[in-house]
Write a protein of this length. Structure first.
Length: 398
């Protein structure tokens, strides 16, 4: 449970400062007023606040959700089930959040409203599905669907991230190898060539120039890289910048195919799960757009929401975006016409999960030879450039 440090004035006019545990700042204020104290300031403890941020993994939420569903299905009251979850949770941050939820539920809030107070642990999608489950009296079923959805979504994210790890590692090794050659190996050859006084060929002069620059101006290169990354992040933080970069990523060879298929899978599974759980299609599209992860996809989904609000179909704006494959558009259109949109979206998601697997495998199989050729050309080219003058020296001696 969060800790709050307060400063308050007693009925006698004395200032008192102390730290207490409470679910929220409002509860601290209410507690102090009951003690007839005038509140001056209430601040959350900084250490506990930092610890709660990012301290809950997806796996912890999945386990929490499955256990919560099982206990409700077994007939346990909500408060008792949440209290058990708080006591048995191995994640201290999640345990604190759950105790705060218990307090709010006992105070009269719905489970969804209590969960909504903790966006770092429970997403908007999670809260809306729980609200739909409470309203429909099928909270246990909804929670089980949520756990399955989160597991599949997490697996999809890990697949895409896993595909990025291999090239990142290879490029890092290549950069280290090139830096070692330029800083430690090339200067030895340069000294040897200088002692002989032999005219150096152009490739050798280029490599030696790169070595001198890296040794003498490495800080300039580091600063330039830092500035570039900073400016790129600032640009990506702007609406136009994010749209431009996300559109470029989708057009990137091979990688763009992986990102597009994973976005389609996430969109269809999220929207299908929300609709099947009783969330209205307008709210479902808005929530799905926020979790799209790509601005181009997000704009297409929001255009679909506006189309639905105007009495039209979802499929037409999605087709205009040129992001979603024709098969997906056709299946969504059929789902709308037959009234089985949620089932159709789930089928599309299952299909594209397999497509993402195939696309990731294709990306990795393509990257291997590309990286090998890259390393061979760069490192091999530097070695050959250093040996060219030696060949000239041998020919001169003969």
């Amino acid at each position: 449970m969060p800790a709050f440090t307060y400063t308050a004035r007693t009925a006698q006019g004395d200032l008192r400062t102390a730290t207490i545990d409470a679910p929220s700042r409002e509860d601290v204020v209410a507690q102090l007023r009951r003690q007839r104290m005038s509140v001056v300031k209430v601040d959350e403890d900084a250490k506990k606040k930092r610890a709660r941020k990012g301290g809950i993994k997806m796996r912890d939420i999945v386990i929490f959700t499955r256990q919560f569903s099982t206990m409700i299905n077994a007939g346990l009251p909500l408060v008792q089930a949440l209290d058990i979850l708080a006591k048995q949770s191995e994640n201290k941050v999640l345990a604190d959040v759950t105790r705060a939820v218990v307090f709010d539920v006992e105070s009269g809030l719905t489970v969804a409203d209590a969960l909504a107070k903790h966006p770092n642990a429970f997403s908007e999608l999670y809260v809306n599905m729980v609200a739909a489950g409470e309203a429909g009296g099928i909270l246990d079923t909804i929670l089980m669907r949520l756990a399955t959805f989160m597991e599949k979504n997490d697996a999809l994210v890990r697949k895409v991230k896993g595909a990025m790890i291999y090239p990142a590692v290879i490029m890092s090794v290549a950069a280290i190898a090139i830096a070692v050659l330029l800083i430690f190996v090339i200067p030895v050859f340069e000294s040897m060539f200088a002692s002989v006084g032999l005219a150096l060929p152009l490739p050798t002069r280029v490599v030696i120039g790169m070595s001198r620059f890296l040794k003498g101006y490495w800080y300039v290169l580091g600063a330039a890289t830092g500035v570039f990354v900073y400016l790129l992040r600032r640009y990506h933080a702007t609406p136009n910048g994010k749209l431009t970069i996300d559109r470029a990523l989708l057009r990137f060879p091979v990688l763009g195919d992986v990102l597009r298929k994973s976005a389609v899978s996430r969109f269809t599974r999220t929207l299908g799960t929300l609709i099947s759980s009783g969330v209205s299609i307008l709210d479902g599209l808005e929530i799905t757009a926020k979790t799209a992860g790509n601005r181009v996809i997000q704009d297409a989904i929001m255009a679909s929401r506006a189309s639905i609000a105007g009495g039209e179909t979802i499929a037409t704006p999605l087709a205009k975006s040129n992001v979603f494959p024709p098969m997906v558009i056709s299946m969504i259109a059929v789902g709308e016409q037959t009234g089985g949109l949620d089932e159709m979206l789930s089928k599309i998601a299952d299909f594209y999960d397999e497509e993402v697997d195939a696309a990731v495998s294709g990306l990795l199989s393509l990257l291997e030879p590309v990286m090998i050729v890259f390393l061979g050309v760069v490192v091999g080219g530097m070695v050959v450039a250093m040996y060219l003058p030696i060949f000239d020296m041998i020919n001169a001696v003969q």
